[in-house]
Write a protein that binds this ligand. Structure first.
Ligand code: FES
Length: 237
């Protein structure tokens, strides 16, 4: 394993060849803001939400930490006025993808937690989504389209990690939306009920029914390896 030093906010971090900045920072115990990115093994870098943008020494543009490779001697800053302003803006624009009601339905989601941490107002730009009914056709899961920010993390989990290939992003441009087996109701699709999508969804758009009925993520008061009762397989919550 080839390792080398990088610098994040003035702190020396040992990174491995092949790691992204986000993965290296997380392995070193740093908590870099991110939503669509994941540090779990096998997760592809989605790179859609832009909440992880950092300043890389020598580059003019901000770079997404979830996609930018850690290379020897790299120096980045996550805590400048510029990164904090852009991060707030990215979160506030994503917030406009959700309806007012959906934001209220999922107050304890990772998205809302990140907004609070960044000092962002998810309601700043209102809500540009139309009213759409939740898909409750699946026996264990709910899809709340008004809460979906179309980040694509559920697709990455379904397609690349669990290799189920049920969830896709359909449509083009502003009409892009989550689709189950090319347009079926979730309960009619070949969903294997693995729970991966609900586990990684940052907004609560995909959530186990039992968890939603129990009061959302706030209902979970402990964390660790467990087979929880909220979906059919069990996962780390
Ligand atoms: Fe990096 Fe979303 S976490 S772009």
């Amino acid at each position: 394993m080839i390792t080398f030093d990088i610098t994040i906010d003035g702190q020396t971090v040992v990174a491995q060849r092949g790691q992204t900045l986000l993965a290296a920072a997380t392995a070193a115990g740093l908590d870099l803001p991110h939503l669509c990115g994941s540090t779990r093994v096998g997760y592809p870098a989605v790179g859609s939400c832009r909440t992880c943008l950092v300043e890389v020494e020598g580059l003019t543009d901000l770079m997404p930490a979830c996609r930018h490779p850690a290379t020897p001697g790299l120096s980045v800053r996550t805590d400048t006025q510029r990164t904090e302003r852009v991060r707030r803006l990215a979160i506030e624009l994503l917030g406009a993808e959700m309806s007012t009601e959906a934001r209220a339905r999922h107050p304890d989601s990772p998205f809302m937690a990140l907004a609070e941490r960044a000092g962002a107002d998810p309601a700043r730009f209102g809500a540009r989504t139309e009213a759409r009914a939740s898909d409750t056709s699946h026996p264990a899961m709910i899809f709340d389209p008004e809460a979906c920010i179309r980040c694509g993390k559920c697709r990455a989990g379904c397609r690349d990690v669990q290799v189920n290939g049920v969830i896709a992003l359909a449509g083009r441009g502003d009409a892009i939306h989550i689709s189950f087996d090319s347009g079926l109701a979730m309960g009619e699709s070949q969903c294997a009920s693995c729970g991966e999508c609900a586990q990684v969804c940052p907004t609560g758009a995909l959530i186990p029914k039992a968890l939603q009925e129990a009061g959302g993520r706030a209902a979970i008061t402990t964390s660790g390896e467990t087979v929880c009762p909220f979906c059919s397989v069990g996962c780390r919550v």
